[in-house]
Design a protein around this ligand. Structure first.
Ligand code: 5CA
Length: 440
């Protein structure tokens, strides 16, 4: 993509109403624009990152055996009356009346709707286990939307729903998602720590929040220090006994959010292992048994011929919130530093003298060669000064910058800069092409 043909409105001034660094950088780097309180448009650069994050989430859900579908954003109040949540949900639910005076709502979550889909067609235990998910916009009329996409009113969520015959199988489904979540966040360059959590309006007893440590996080958390170092389970952790072993170890280490914090249990840890920090909740999983299946009459016939209410769980990831979390975890004074798997482009080419034929020729050749080999390039071919281009490239945070100017080209050299380490290397344009063309 040529920058001269792209839409990348950068802000020179730091927006004064943005309290945390990720919000400021998302506005300055032209990722989002606020449309009204807690509601954003995703500009092209932000939209690219959003789609990349979504794709990683999707791949790991599929790998864990969940199946994708898509439910609407608008739901009927009827369904929510069946579960009793229509009144219980309170002011966070945006209620809408259609032209026929039918009561509707903009979905804040989908337990009722998925239970309705399930009960209409699944009748036998043979169709279980089942885990269905979608990636869809949600609306919650938060009292205080803030921190940009971190606490929005409209936000993108991945929500999965599991259905099982008995509590043992349901626990297994829960563990499977638990492990999938650790892998999902690790692929985005994030270290997430699952913490015992309160279940709020979703319900149930067993629940974990996945927390990314960050000083600006909204949650206060307490955990065993060893959890921070524990690597995400590999793809080989797949069968049930491996899952049990992994989980037994993790669950034996203390980790809780403020609401579930047990001061005595925490103080029993060796002093050096006690960690109290702030964090961002990027995911939340719930096991709530028959909370929805019972009032909504979602039953299957078991192996012995009797009907039982299915055991359910739900599993959320804040897809749009993740952009904020990743930036909180990965930036410096100059701007964003995208982890490669979620970067909006793989690399930037900076043309330092756009009106110089030789420089332009070298840039065009590299741009064409890299693009042909599948590298997603943002080519800064604008007439801006080099200083402006450097600042913009650092701000938007692509992992690599190929800096090309007439002085280097006299020696057949360009500069390759790594955004994260700041390391610079001089090499020929051919060597650069070779190096990056082989990365895909
Ligand atoms: N139905 C369950 C799980 S599918 C559910 O709704 N869980 S939740 O309420 O915990 O939300 C799931 C995830 O969505 C949270 O972990 C968080 O990452 C994200 N999220 C929740 N509220 C917001 C919000 N206002 N803005 C941005 N992301 C949010």
């Amino acid at each position: 993509m040529r920058l001269s043909r792209f839409y990348l409105p950068l802000l020179k001034e730091t927006p004064s109403d943005a309290e945390i660094v990720s919000h400021r950088l998302m506005l300055r780097a032209g990722l989002i624009r606020q449309m009204s309180a807690g509601i954003y448009s995703w500009l092209p650069l932000g939209h690219k990152v959003l789609r990349k994050i979504e794709q990683i989430v999707r791949e790991e859900q599929n790998r864990a055996g969940a199946i994708e579908l898509l439910m609407p954003t608008l739901q009927s109040a009827e369904l929510w009356r069946e579960s009793g949540r229509y009144d219980a949900y309170g002011k966070e639910m945006l209620r809408i009346t259609d032209r026929h005076e039918r009561e509707m709502l903009y979905g804040p979550t989908n337990e009722e709707m998925i239970t309705d889909i399930f009960r209409k067609s699944v009748k036998s235990y043979r169709q279980l286990p089942l885990n269905l998910y979608h990636i869809q916009w949600k609306f919650r009329d938060e009292v205080r939307p803030r921190f940009g996409v971190m606490r929005g009113r409209e936000f993108l969520m991945k929500d999965a729903y599991s259905f099982d015959l008995d509590p043992v199988a349901a626990r297994r489904a829960y563990f499977r998602m638990f492990v999938a979540y650790l892998r999902t966040f690790a692929r985005m360059g994030l270290k997430s720590i699952p913490m015992r959590a309160e279940t709020g309006p979703i319900g149930g007893e067993l629940s974990h929040e996945f927390i990314v440590l960050a000083e600006t996080g909204e949650s206060q958390v307490f955990c065993h220090r060893d959890l921070v170092e524990l690597p995400a389970p590999g793809e080989d952790v797949d069968n049930d006994s491996d899952l049990e072993t992994q989980m037994a170890h993790r669950l034996s280490l203390y980790a809780a959010t403020e609401d579930k914090h047990d001061e005595a249990a925490f103080n029993a840890l060796p002093e050096g292992k006690r960690m109290s920090a702030r964090g961002i909740e990027v995911g939340h999983i719930f096991n709530f048994g028959q909370k929805y299946s019972k009032p909504m009459n979602a039953k299957v016939t078991g192996p012995d011929g009797t009907d039982v209410y299915v055991e359910m769980g739900s599993y959320g990831i804040g897809v749009s919130r993740l952009l904020g979390a990743i930036i909180e975890a990965s930036h410096d004074d100059a701007g964003i530093i995208w982890p490669e798997p979620v970067a909006p482009f793989d690399l930037a080419i900076l043309n330092l003298k756009h009106d110089d034929a030789k420089t332009q020729g070298a840039c065009e050749t590299l741009y064409a060669g890299l693009t042909k080999s599948g590298i997603d390039v943002l080519y800064d071919d604008t007439a801006e000064r080099p200083g402006t281009k450097f600042a913009a490239a650092d701000l938007i945070g692509l992992p690599w910058q190929l800096i090309i100017g007439p002085r280097g080209l006299e020696k057949n050299e360009i500069e390759v800069k790594n955004r994260r380490t700041g390391a610079r290397e001089m090499m020929s344009p051919e060597a650069a092409l070779n190096r990056f063309a082989h990365k895909v």
